[in-house]
Design a protein around this ligand. Structure first.
Ligand code: NAD
Length: 314
C-alpha cells in the first residue's frame, strides 16, 4: 500500500486513476480546484477510508506544501486543458501548467518526496512532419501555449531530478478518451448535435488525423512504465499507432446518437483552430518494450468513448 498525491484527481483521467489506485488498496489524496474537474467524478469515494479530497489551487504554495505532507508519490495531472482558450489568455498555461508544476516540484522537495509521474502531451512535438513520432524526435517546437507549457514542465522536472534526486516518469499522451471526458472533439460533437441534430460544425476541413486511446489503457500504460522503468528520468509516448480522421469521428458520434442526414459544416483550413496540429502519428515502441499496448484501435476507442459519453449525457 502506498500513499499517492494526485493533482487534477477530480478531472477526467485523474478520477479514473483514483478509482484504480483505491481499488488496489492504496491511499489517495486528491488536490484539485475543480476548474475543469468535477466533484461528481470522485464523490463516490467521499467518506471512504484512505481517501481525501482537498479543494485548492496549485498556485497556492502554502496549501500545496501542507496538503502534500506524508504522501509518498506525486501523480501530477492538474493543468489547464482548454487549449484554444490558453492561446487567447496567454498566461493561462504559464500559470496553470508551468508555474503550477514548479510549485509541485518545490513542495515535493520540501516534503522530501522523490517520485513523480507527469502527464505531458503530444503537443510538445509541435507541427512535426507526418511520421510516427518517437520520444527522440527533435527539436521540440510546440505551436500552442499548452504544448509550450508542457515542454517547460518537462525541462523543470528533468532539472529537479538532476539537482534534487527526484525520480520522474513523463508520459506524452495522445488523445485520451472515455467516460467523464469534459473536453475534446467527441465531447464537442455530442454537445453540438444535442443543440442542433440537423447540422454539425466541424473545425477545419475534417481531414485531421490523430491517435485516440481509452482512459483505462492510459492508466494501465502509466502503471506499466512506473512499475517497470527504473531510470531516474524517462519519457514515454503513450497512445497508439493507428489514428482516426475527424470526419470519421463525426460519423461515429452521429451513429451512436442514432441521428441521420446530418449536414457537415466546415469552418475550413487544415487546422481546427490556431495552434492545432492537423496530423499526429505516434510511435509507441518504447512503452511496448516494457510490455504495454493499447487494447483497442483508435477507431474502436472513439466508438467506445462516444457510446459511453452519449449514455452519460442523456
Ligand atoms: P481535466 O481538465 O479533466 O483534468 C485536469 C484537472 O486539473 C481538472 O480536474 C482541473 O480542475 C485540475 N486543475 C487545473 N488547474 C488547476 C489548478 N491551478 N489547481 C488545481 N487543480 C487544477 O483533463 P484531463 O483530460 O483529465 O487531463 C489530465 C492531464 O492529462 C492534464 O495534465 C492534461 O494536460 C493531460 N493530457 C490529457 C490529454 C487528453 O487527451 N485528455 C492528452 C494529453 C495530456
Amino acid at each position: 500500500m502506498k500513499k499517492y498525491f494526485i493533482t487534477g484527481g477530480a478531472g477526467f483521467i485523474g478520477s479514473h486513476l483514483v478509482d484504480r489506485l483505491l481499488k488496489e488498496g492504496n491511499q489517495v489524496v486528491v488536490y484539485d480546484n475543480l476548474v475543469s474537474g468535477k466533484k461528481e467524478n470522485i464523490e463516490h469515494h467521499f467518506g471512504q477510508k484512505g481517501f481525501q479530497f482537498i479543494n485548492a489551487d496549485l498556485l497556492d504554495m502554502n496549501a500545496l506544501k501542507t496538503a502534500m505532507a506524508s504522501s509518498q508519490i506525486v501523480w501530477h495531472l492538474g493543468a489547464n486543458t482548454d487549449i484554444p482558450t490558453g492561446n487567447k489568455v496567454t498566461d493561462l498555461d504559464l500559470n496553470n501548467c508551468t508555474v503550477a508544476s514548479r510549485n509541485v516540484l518545490e513542495a515535493m522537495r520540501e516534503n522530501k518526496i522523490d517520485k513523480m509521474l507527469f502527464s505531458s502531451s503530444a503537443c510538445v512535438y509541435g507541427d512535426a512532419p507526418p511520421v510516427a513520432l518517437s520520444e527522440t524526435y527533435g527539436p521540440l517546437l510546440p505551436i500552442n501555449l499548452y504544448g509550450a507549457g508542457k515542454l517547460a514542465c518537462e525541462g523543470l522536472i528533468s532539472s529537479y531530478c538532476h539537482l534534487f534526486g527526484i525520480q520522474a516518469w513523463i508520459f506524452r499522451f495522445a488523445n485520451v478518451v472515455g467516460d467523464r471526458m469534459g473536453h475534446g472533439v467527441i465531447y464537442d460533437f455530442i454537445h453540438k448535435l444535442k443543440k442542433n441534430p440537423k447540422e454539425l460544425e466541424i473545425f477545419g476541413d475534417g481531414k485531421q488525423e490523430k491517435p485516440f486511446f481509452l482512459v483505462e489503457d492510459c492508466i494501465d500504460g502509466m502503471l506499466c512504465g512506473f512499475q517497470k522503468s527504473t531510470s531516474q528520468f524517462d519519457i514515454y509516448n503513450l497512445g497508439i499507432e493507428s489514428y482516426t480522421v475527424v470526419d470519421r469521428i463525426a460519423e461515429i458520434v452521429i451513429d451512436e446518437m442514432g441521428l441521420k442526414n446530418v449536414k457537415f459544416k466546415y469552418t475550413g483550413g487544415k487546422r481546427g483552430w490556431p495552434g492545432d496540429v492537423p496530423i499526429v502519428h505516434f510511435n509507441v515502441a518504447k512503452i511496448k518494450k516494457l510490455g504495454w499496448q493499447a487494447k483497442h484501435s483508435s477507431n474502436e476507442a472513439v466508438r467506445i468513448a462516444a457510446k459511453r459519453l452519449v449514455e452519460e449525457n442523456k
